[in-house]
Design a protein around this ligand. Structure first.
Ligand SMILES: *Cc1c(COP(=O)(O)O)cnc(C)c1O
Length: 355
């Protein structure tokens, strides 16, 4: 820490991103929920020399073309869509401008680790709502809270999803509070709340191109909600960094939206590979939490969670281990290609036979 950092940031505990090893090609990466598939063909051909030459110019801060295409895809108007540099950027804005001294926050105790970091960064009083014993969210716990509510649906790292009926109950019981549904993983089998944004002016749905759209490295997240909420987010974006979605990302994302069916097909493959992996792990005696995401949360009575993680790493397979006490026996395993999952299962079998 330098002597220049002001005191309110001295205690900040930054988020720890999943490992991105330098010699990445030698690993099977099942640790950060990226897609194992390349972006669609149109994305590759959209990144032309002409587009690269235009990098000398600022990009369109309104992302006009991209918002138009997305509005059609999601059946909303462009004014209902906010775009930013990854959905992390949007979540940061949410904690910055929709929470604060007079507005407290609530999110599940076990959930996306960044919520806690943003709450601390912006000094937001947060109720961390405990999960049930089986890691599911009791949606009634979020009814009538009088706080800004942030829920990942499906939740991370459990993969368990709420139903739209349960989300509607949360919305109806908190009519004067913003309810944020973080749908980073929704395309892998849960129901999206986007259609509820027409009916509920207190709902903001956040999604990302990082997981189901194979563009984690391009950094693009979006939020869909009532125009007033989107306007507030734009005010803060235009007060910090209006050009936060670069030209190449905009071009790539336009092509990706045009080729939506490619991505939905890849999601169907991931769902199949997930079912394959669950079945194999269960036959090896693992406990597998029922997942609607592109990852599964698993533990074995035969081996300690951290030990399994380390032994797989020795075999060049990365999965995600968390140290928080309640989940330390578990690991989160991203679903990759069928070939990757077969290699993973084989390695797990070997490791189990040695302990
Ligand atoms: C991955 C993830 C994000 C962040 O996505 P980016 O768009 O890459 O910033 C947000 N929320 C959850 C629950 C995630 O798992």
């Amino acid at each position: 820490m330098s002597k220049f950092l002001i005191s309110k940031y001295h205690e900040l505990e930054a988020y720890t991103p999943g490992e991105q090893p330098k010699d990445m090609e030698t690993f099977i990466k099942l640790n950060t929920n990226e897609s194992p598939f390349s972006p669609s063909p149109g994305v590759v051909s959209a990144l032309t020399n002409e587009e690269i030459n235009k990098l000398r110019l600022y990009c369109d801060p309104d992302c006009t073309l991209l918002r138009k295409k997305m509005a059609e895809l999601f059946d909303v108007t462009p004014d209902n869509i906010f775009l930013s540099n990854g959905s992390d950027d949007i979540l940061n804005f949410i904690f910055m401008i929709f929470c604060g001294d007079e507005v407290k926050a609530a999110f599940p105790e076990i959930s996306y680790g960044f919520y806690k970091v943003y709450a601390q960064l912006h000094n937001v009083d947060s109720y961390k709502v405990p999960l049930r014993e089986d890691f599911s969210i009791d949606h009634k716990d979020f009814c009538g809270l009088n706080r800004t509510i942030i829920i990942a649906n499906p939740n991370a790292p459990t993969g368990i999803a709420l139903t739209l009926d349960q989300i509607e109950e949360i919305l109806q019981s908190n009519p004067n509070d913003l309810v944020v549904i973080d749908e980073a993983y929704v395309d892998f089998g849960a129901d999206s709340a986007v259609k509820l944004t027409k009916e509920y002016s207190n709902l903001l749905v956040v999604q990302t191109f990082s997981k189901s759209r194979s563009m984690a490295g391009a950094r693009l997240g979006f939020a869909i909600g009532a125009r007033e909420i989107i306007d507030d987010l734009n005010t803060i974006k235009y007060s910090t960094n209006p050009y936060n979605i670069n030209r190449l990302t905009q071009a790539a994302a336009c092509a990706a939206v045009d080729e939506n069916e490619y991505y939905m097909e890849k999601c169907r493959i991931i769902i199949e590979n997930r079912a394959f992996t669950v079945k194999k792990l269960e036959s090896l005696g693992f406990t597998v939490i029922p997942s609607k995401a592109n990852f599964i949360f698993v533990k074995s009575d035969k081996i300690d969670g951290e030990e399994l993680y380390l032994k797989l790493k020795e075999r060049k397979i990365l999965i995600r281990h968390f140290t928080a006490e309640k989940i330390a026996q578990y690991n989160r395993v991203t679903i990759g290609t069928l070939e990757q999952m077969k290699t993973f299962i084989k390695a797990v079998e070997e490791i189990l036979s040695e302990v």
